[in-house]
Design a protein around this ligand. Structure first.
Ligand SMILES: [Cu+2]
Length: 142
C-alpha cells in the first residue's frame, strides 16, 4: 500500500535472516545481550520499524512462501504497534497469526489486509507465529 519497494526489500532481508534468526529468539533471559544483538542485526539487515504517526507504530506485513515478512520488528514499550497483515499465498500453513503473550489469534484471509494491534507492556520479545507455531517472527522491545 505505502511502498511496494519497501515490502520487497524487507522480503529480501527476511529471507537472508531466516537461517540466523532462532538463536536470537531463544535468549529471553539476557536483556543486555539481546538488545545489542537486535540493534546490530537491525543495522546489518534492517529489522522493520515501520512508521510512527500519532503515537501509533504501523508495520505492514505479508505472509509469503518465506513466512511472515518481515519476521523481525522493533517496537517500543507502551507504544501501540499496528500490524497490517496481508496473506499473499495459500502455500504455507500460516493462515492466521497468533501472538500468544498478547492474546491474539487472528485469521488471515487471502489477499486481504487485516489489522492487529498490540501495545507491548514490557521489554523483551513478543513472538508471533502461525497456529502451529512453526512459522514465526519476533517483535523486539528494547
Ligand atoms: Cu504452521
Amino acid at each position: 500500500m505505502i511502498s511496494k519497494t519497501l515490502s520487497l526489500s524487507l522480503a529480501g532481508a527476511a529471507a537472508l535472516l531466516l537461517s540466523a534468526s532462532p538463536a536470537v529468539a531463544q535468549h529471553g533471559g539476557d536483556h543486555g545481550t539481546m538488545t545489542q544483538r537486535a540493534d546490530s542485526a537491525a543495522a546489518k539487515a534492517g529489522i522493520a520499524e515501520g512508521t510512527v504517526k500519532n503515537g501509533v507504530r504501523t508495520v505492514e506485513m505479508q505472509v509469503t512462501e518465506d513466512g511472515f515478512v518481515p519476521s523481525k520488528i522493533k517496537a517500543q514499550k507502551g507504544e501501540k504497534l499496528r500490524l497490517v497483515i496481508t496473506r499473499k499465498t495459500d502455500r504455507t500453513c500460516a493462515k492466521e497469526i497468533v501472538i500468544q503473550d498478547a492474546g491474539v489469534n487472528q485469521p488471515l484471509p487471502l489477499d486481504k489486509a487485516v489489522t492487529v494491534e498490540v501495545t507491548p507492556k514490557k521489554s523483551g520479545e513478543l513472538k508471533y507465529a502461525c497456529g502451529m507455531g512453526h512459522i514465526t517472527g519476533v517483535v523486539f522491545i528494547p
